[in-house]
Design a protein around this ligand. Sequence first.
Ligand code: NAD
Length: 421
Amino acid sequence: MELARTPSELDALSAFESVSYGFDRAADILQLPDYERAILKRPFRELFVELPIKMDNGEWRVFNGYRVQHDNTRGPCKGGLRYHPSVSPDEVRALAALMTWKTALVDIPFGGAKGGIACEPQQMSSDERQRLTRAFVRAIGDIIGPSQDIPAPDMNTNAQTMAWIMDEYSATHGYSPAVVTGKPLHLLGSAGREDATGRGVALLTRAACETLGIAIKGARIAIQGFGNVGSHAARLLHESGARIIAVGDATGDIFNAQGIDIPALLVHHNKHQSVQGFGGAPSLQGALLETPCDILIPAALGGVIDSLIAARLQTSLVVEAANAPVTAGGARVLEERGIPTLPDILANAGGVVVSYFEWTQNLTEFRWKEARVHLELEETLHTAFNTVIQAAKTHETDWRTAAYVLAIDRVAQAARLRWMS
Ligand code: NAD
């Protein structure tokens, strides 16, 4: 029934429907009964709050905030906090579900959650963002905590935002560094958290290339997004000898067939907060996603590769560094075209893995050296990658479905042991 839908019908699914579609494909393989699907698919708790904030000019504005807890069977909920005008209940629900499957796939002891506030953070002062963040913590304070739900940074939130959350929560619950991850290093953050997601993207890209017989040295890579994830992935893949031929951000795209000098681009980007105007690569003529390359890494927004764009991609591998960059329709077309896709719940899991290390360090009041963080991250992600490749062979399916099969099976087994029997 699900597979009878056309790619354009699948493109039209909402973000949460799209994740649920992926869930159902895997649940069919696992032959999950309907009642288990109903329990595992939807979030168990959603809290929507109104946040009245006095702006710097003395006017009051009311913002909408959301925290969605999808599943806590395998441990406390874990998931980022996003500040963006497009934040909606459906988007937060979808991202919360992805967190459940991501933490289960990489086998760390967390469930899944996500939060967001619909706002335009670039148009707010730091003081306004701080008041908004503290109001949000007061509003959701009863349902977060080191053993309940642990937020982290996502789009437009950062280590400073996490420091405010820790401070506000600690004011009413006692000193609680483990209530958030992605904190500044001076406030019990972890070494290696800053570049963890990009590092994971780079190491999994190398692993996928090895599996597919693509030589990473000289491989042509196009990357959409040069923020936290995209810039670190670009740096580390450049260090591995790949040629980053195209890079794009919200200001535009640049291209150099010989490979962009990424260290120089990082210096330019730090100064101008944009890839535009970089001397070593002119503006790209045409669409970055459709640039001929060996590896395409969408590392910015969700939903950018729909079925029409998927039909025009000229790449041998897609690595989903962003959350849900490929629509369900796009995924269907990529499958039909035989273009392998490293799914988001694996490709960008490096961040939550090191968040787990940060939480562990906070609870044990012990600090790890960066080398240990890198080593444990590498081991965790390689184990997950190898398990996905094996499951794809066993079930004769694509990597995304194999990843969902593994993740859902782990959560279902834990739920049956705890209470779902
Ligand atoms: P970020 O805010 O640091 O960077 C986002 C980048 O995307 C910027 O370069 C921005 O200019 C670019 N961008 C925005 N709109 C664009 C557009 N229309 N076209 C092209 N580029 C555009 O965010 P980030 O932390 O790097 O996150 C990027 C993605 O990775 C998001 O989907 C996020 O949910 C996901 N992710 C992030 C982490 C993490 O640890 N930061 C972990 C897992 C997943």
